[in-house]
Write a protein that binds this ligand. Structure first.
Ligand SMILES: O=C(O)CCC(=O)C(=O)O
Length: 319
C-alpha cells in the first residue's frame, strides 16, 4: 500500500466482496470529467471515419444527429467498417490514455496490485452494435489469453460502460466465487476471434447478470469467468475494459528492474510479459517515478513501436 494518501479507496466490505466473488461493481465511480473526454474523442473519430465513407460513396450519411448512443448503430446498418475500425485498441488518443491513468482508477489498482503499477496496452473499446454477432464474448477468464506464468498473480480488469449497460443491451455476466480455483480449459475456434470455455468445463456455479450504469465500474480478477451476450436493444452498448498488474510480474514496459522483480531470461523461464503482443507501460511508481509514462504522445509511440511477441499457446481447437 502506498504511503501517500490514497484519495479513492474501497471499503472493507467492498474488498471482502471482491475477494469472495471475484468481481465488484462500484456505482458512480466516474463522473463526466472522467468519461466525457473519451466519449468526445470516440465521437470525433466516428464522425471522421463516417465522413470518409460518405465521400467514397460507401455510406449515405454520417447519422451524427442520432448522438453517441445511436449513431454507430445507424451507420452499422449500412456498413460495419466504422465499428470494426475502432473496436479493441484501434483508438489511442489522449483521452484514452488519460482514462487509463485516471487517478481514482490507479488508487484502486494500487490498493489491489501494489504501488509499482503497470497498465497494459490491452485495453479494449467495445461498441456492441444491436443485433450484430461480433459483439458477444463467450465465457472466458482473462488469464486464458495471457501467459500461464502469470496465472497466479492478480491482473485487474476494470470494465466500464459509457452508456447504461443492462441485460437487454448485452452487459457482462460473471460466474462468482470460482476465481480461486485456477484456470479452466479454454478452446480456440476456427474463424472466431475469441477463446471459449467449453460448456463441460464451465464452473458449476450459477452465473449472475451484472448490469452496470454509466459512471459505474466493474472490477474483475483475471480468473473470474465472464461473458457477454447479444445486444437486442436499439442503442450501442459502448464499454471499455482496462488492465493493470504489478511491475513485479513479467512486463515488457521499459523500466529499471528492482530487486525481486521478474526479469525475463531463459533461467527464470518467465515470458517477456504477461501479454507479450501488446505494450505495457508504467503508470504509477514510488521507486522510479521518473519512468512513469505521463505523456500521451509517448504512450502513442510506445504502442506503435512495440514489437509484439506471441503468447504461449496452451489451448486446442474446440472439439
Ligand atoms: O465487454 C464485453 O462484452 C466483454 C468484455 C470482456 O470479455 C473483458 O473485458 O474481458
Amino acid at each position: 500500500m502506498s504511503t501517500e494518501t490514497l484519495s479513492t479507496r474501497l471499503t472493507e466490505e467492498q474488498i471482502g466482496a471482491f475477494d469472495r466473488d471475484g468481481y465488484l461493481v462500484v456505482d458512480g465511480f466516474f463522473n463526466d470529467d472522467d468519461l466525457q473526454p473519451v466519449i468526445g474523442e470516440i465521437t470525433e473519430e466516428v464522425n471522421k471515419r463516417a465522413a470518409e465513407l460518405v465521400a467514397k460513396g460507401e455510406l449515405s450519411k454520417s447519422y451524427a444527429e442520432y448522438g453517441f448512443e445511436r449513431q454507430l448503430a445507424m451507420i452499422s446498418k449500412e456498413t460495419d467498417k466504422v465499428a470494426l475500425s475502432i473496436w479493441n485498441g484501434g483508438l489511442a488518443g489522449p483521452a484514452f490514455f488519460n482514462l487509463i491513468r485516471n487517478s481514482k482508477l490507479l488508487d484502486i489498482a494500487e490498493s489491489l496490485c501494489g504501488p509499482e503499477l503497470i497498465a497494459s496496452s490491452v485495453y479494449r473499446l467495445r461498441p456492441k452494435i444491436p443485433n450484430y454477432n461480433y459483439g458477444a464474448v463467450p465465457w472466458h477468464q482473462d488469464s486464458g489469453y495471457t501467459e500461464p506464468y502469470c496465472d497466479k498473480a492478480l491482473m485487474l480488469t476494470v470494465w466500464l460502460p459509457l452508456v447504461d449497460a443492462n441485460q437487454e443491451n448485452g452487459c457482462m455476466w460473471v460466474i462468482p466465487g470460482v476465481h480461486k480455483d485456477g484456470i479452466v480449459r479454454h478452446a480456440t475456434r476456427k474463424g472466431k476471434p475469441y477463446l471459449i470455455i467449453p460448456d463441460k468445463d464451465l464452473p458449476q456455479r450459477k452465473p449472475v447478470c451484472v448490469p452496470v450504469k454509466k459512471y459505474g465500474a466493474l472490477f474483475l480478477t483475471n480468473m473470474s469467468p465472464h461473458a457477454s451476450f447479444e445486444n437486442s436493444s436499439d442503442i450501442v452498448r459502448w464499454s471499455m475494459d482496462l488492465r493493470y498488474q504489478s511491475a513485479s510480474l513479467p512486463t515488457n514496459a521499459k523500466i529499471t528492474r528492482l530487486p525481486g522483480e521478474v526479469v525475463s531470461t531463459p533461467e527464470t523461464s518467465a515470458p517477456p510479459a504477461c501479454y507479450p503482443p501488446e505494450a505495457d507501460f508504467l503508470v504509477r511508481s514510488q521507486k522510479r517515478p521518473n519512468e512513469v509514462v505521463n505523456d500521451p504522445a509517448i504512450f502513442h509511440r510506445i504502442r506503435k513501436e512495440h514489437m509484439g511477441a506471441g503468447v504461449t499457446s496452451r489451448w486446442k481447437l474446440e472439439d
